[in-house]
Design a binder for this molecule. Sequence first.
Ligand SMILES: [Zn+2]
Length: 376
Amino acid sequence: MEYFTNPYNFVPFTGTCKRGALTLGPKECLTGYFDCELELLTPLFIPNTSNKSALCNEEERIKKYTGYEFCSYEDLSGDTRLGKAGPKDPVIPGSEIRGAVRSVYEAAFGGCMSTMRVDGALGRRNPSPKRPGIMEREGKNGWYLYPCERAMLNAGPTREGQKMPVEVYASLKEGQLLWIKLSENRYKNRNYMDKVVERYKIPDGGRIPDGYCQAWLHKGEPFGKKKHHESVFYCKNEERKMLVPEEEYRAYQQVMDKYKDGKAYSASPIDENRVLVYYVNQNGVPRNLSPACIGNEIFQKTFRKILESNGGFQPCVDMSELCPACKIFGMVSDGNGTKGAVCSRVRFADACLGGTLGSENVEDYYGPCVVLPEAG
Ligand SMILES: [Zn+2]
């Protein structure tokens, strides 16, 4: 086995989750059991959690490494040493089998997604650094992005660079053209920081002064505890202009709609055909456009909302409204709108060695010890 992969198989939802009350007629009140035989087709590992360093030597124990023995009825807690304990009769707990059977039943018979944590926020982490850019609409050809640099404008609580009075800042619109003179060094002399706007001028129809360059004001989120400067974009690179794919522009509009809801970026632009954005350069294609330089984008949707609008497969919470799987395997309502619990109508026993298989040659059932790769 050169690498390990979880053998998941994804089954799409079909139709809707049909729920009803648990009503048992005489024909449904049968009891009984059946025996099953189980043959392993791949290696399997289930830990015996009574000792988490059962397979560790002295040094590994001191370093608090973990090495589990396979699941058995043996209590391995205490001073067990590698090789001394030895493998015991392996056992597959009934709870493991039950979980696997239930998820197949849920997929086959339209059960709810009973084990899903449905209320966490969905997010996606984008590891690539975001870069400043100016996006311009050019006739019918769509939007193009020009890479830029960013500099820090003193419009807040700082002493670095020429101060822009609050009332001037408030009167300017998003995307306002400025003439700026940059500091020689970066902020606090740190090479990962941007340069500071040493002097600025609001263009007055005259000539741009020597030593100044064009820049565009990007009004970000309000000044708070952390934010000390406003941003201006400058050094617009005409030669490296990139076409913005249509789907990326649409995604950007959605991000903007969301920001407008939160009122964080309410400044309306001075020119509707010029937008200041941050983007990720993915092999020459601008992607993940957003008004802020954040690496982690949070979606507003939760799994619950997605499941509700895709057939209602969110976990059951009401004992009078049970899906086919919860009727058989039971459910416990979560905190919101708790309406009781329903016990399971099936029970799974553990899978043990049986028949001619026995304790004498128990080693034969085990492969060599495997060290899992990091994050494996
Ligand atoms: Zn259910």
